[in-house]
Design a protein around this ligand. Structure first.
Ligand SMILES: C[S@@+](CC[C@H](N)C(=O)[O-])C[C@H]1O[C@@H](n2cnc3c(N)ncnc32)[C@H](O)[C@@H]1O
Length: 202
């Protein structure tokens, strides 16, 4: 019998992932980048059994945490990859293959000298656009106001995307089934409510 790790954790190697081989079906694929402790990736896909989800998380310890929240019966449409996502995303996901991307509370790297470590930059957005289908969405949330403004600037300054909301970032959740992640809960408790953003690929 497969262990949960063998069932859920996929290897990302050379060449694009083969979704039908991973999931055993041709259903639409969504990705989450920075799954953290796994609240979103363990819950949201249960509302959408007709979709497949891949959660990317760079920290191995967090993958262990997420695995505790997943089970093959409850989450047959979820897979995890222990990987740092960056501008190379188009090298391991098939081009024009992703229906939507969720990025909840990406690390803000607040110090100016660390800004170059931020996930959201033009190289990443261009590469992400290559794997997104036309009209696919990117949902982003952050409680860090300066990073929120940075994210809006990066997306609206990129000709491959448009912002769904006229004001670009809003103070209410933008998904029908909003999952409060660990980080969102913690930051709210400390007095930092999130901003929510939704962009689409043109
Ligand atoms: C601030 S936490 C937020 C976690 C979760 N999304 C939440 O809202 O509770 C950021 C998470 O993203 C992971 N992470 C940061 N950069 C990443 C990257 N480039 N690729 C994959 N995971 C990343 C971190 O290890 C961490 O678990």
């Amino acid at each position: 019998m497969l262990s949960d790790r063998d069932y859920f954790v996929i290897e990302v190697g050379e060449g694009p992932l083969d979704y039908p081989a991973l999931f055993g079906n041709q259903n639409p694929v969504y990705i989450e980048i920075g799954s953290g402790k796994g609240e979103f990736i363990s819950q949201y896909p249960t509302y959408h059994p007709e979709h497949n989800f891949i959660g990317f998380e760079v920290r191995g310890k967090r993958i262990n945490n997420i695995l505790k929240k997943l089970g093959p019966e409850k989450n047959p449409n979820v897979r995890l990859a222990n990987l740092m996502v960056d501008g190379k995303i188009r090298e391991f996901l098939p081009l024009s293959s992703v229906q939507g991307a969720f990025i909840q509370h990406p690390d803000p790297w607040p110090k100016k000298r660390h800004h170059r470590r931020r996930l959201i930059n033009q190289e990443f957005l261009n590469s992400l656009a290559a794997v997104l289908l036309p009209d696919a969405f990117v949902q982003v949330s952050t409680d860090h106001l300066e990073y929120a403004a940075w994210i809006v600037r990066e997306f609206t300054g990129n000709p491959l995307y448009y912002s769904v909301y006229e004001d670009h970032s809003v103070d209410h959740p933008v998904l029908d089934e909003h999952i409060v992640t660990w980080f969102e809960q913690e930051q709210k408790r400390l007095g930092y409510p999130p901003r929510y953003m939704m962009f689409k690929k043109k």
